[in-house]
Design a protein around this ligand. Structure first.
Ligand code: ZN
Length: 316
């Protein structure tokens, strides 16, 4: 895991009480150092069997900080790398407050779900992870770059390829500043390499029209007509269509409407079309291999191992 829960048993600074989760009947005190907030949660106020396990997991994780820690406001468990808003979301989930929201209102902010996902991983609560992943899976507000970032951070492997491909097939200039921040330097580096390699391939296709090996039925005259049609109709899509978004049909569709098309013999057309198809397949392989390389360097197995160890067996 890149990230570990940072718990310490130190004399706490003066902490202000959480507005939402400082319960009079609470039995566990947690101090959030980043925001200077003290929580008091009631581990006995369970509302469902599912969250009981989560709450027990939270309690045992926090109380591992040391004997007596977390039992009084003066000796809270101190968390260093958790924000108060994240702990709020986790408490909301564990108190099962979200379960009371009706299906029609069951739309949560991406930030809130991302916070719950992080808390689920840090505190080893598989139900919280599954709950967040299921809602993020088709969330309309989750951008491809952020989904990819969550996928890499928390080992949600099913999101990796679809999110990355969605980024590949758009012009780099269309990525927002937020997208580039979520994508991070390693993803941006892979994206730039893919685009650069494909630009090179496309330029070469523009300069050297693909020709198959064929026994021309028109005394080898087809090559001139084919080259002229290629330069007229294929140049623009090759130069301006993003990687992975172009098909053989896109490139050759307009050929048939041109009056000189009939000068190309059938044998040459079939053979040249196969050559175009092979070059576009090469583009597809180039993208797949760059994504596979990136995936292999992520050491997903390590993150997946952690998730499986804590009992998360959801999306693979
Ligand atoms: Zn021919």
């Amino acid at each position: 895991m890149e990230e570990q829960l940072e718990i310490q048993n130190i004399h706490p600074p003066s902490l202000s009480r959480s507005a939402k989760h400082y319960h009079a009947d609470g039995d566990l005190f947690v101090g959030i150092l980043t925001d200077n907030v003290l929580f008091c949660v009631s581990t006995h106020r369970f509302t469902s069997g599912q969250t009981t396990q989560g709450m027990q997991q939270l309690r045992s994780t926090l109380l591992a900080a040391g004997p007596g820690v977390g039992e009084t406001p003066a000796t809270p468990v101190i968390l260093f790398n958790v924000r108060a808003k994240e702990f709020d979301v986790l408490c909301d989930f564990l108190y099962a407050e979200y379960n009371f929201v009706s299906a029609s209102q069951n739309v949560f902010e991406v930030d809130c779900l991302a916070d719950l996902l992080r808390m689920g991983v840090l505190f080893a609560i598989p139900d919280a992870i599954s709950w967040a992943v299921e809602r993020l899976d088709s969330h309309p507000g989750l951008t491809h770059a952020r989904r990819l970032s969550l996928s890499q951070k928390y080992g949600i492997t099913s999101w990796f390829y679809p999110s990355f491909r969605s980024l590949v097939v758009q012009p780099l200039t269309r990525l927002s500043a937020e997208d580039t921040i979520y994508a991070g330097p390693k993803v941006m580096n892979t994206l730039i390499r893919i685009h650069d390699n494909i630009i090179t391939l496309r330029h070469s296709m523009v300069l050297y029209p693909p020709l198959g090996l064929s026994r021309c039925e028109a005394n080898n005259q087809c090559i001139y007509t084919w080259t002229a049609l290629w330069r007229t109709y294929a140049t623009s899509p090759l130069l301006f269509t993003p990687p992975g978004k172009i098909s053989t049909r896109d490139l050759l569709n307009n050929f048939q409407n041109d009056p000189v098309y009939c000068r190309i013999c059938r044998v040459c057309y079939v053979s040249n079309t196969a050559a175009v198809r092979e070059l576009l397949a090469q583009e597809g392989r180039l993208i797949s291999s760059a994504l596979d390389d990136h995936y292999d360097r992520l050491e997903f197995w390590r993150i997946r191992g952690h998730l499986e160890a804590i009992g998360y067996i959801g999306y693979s």
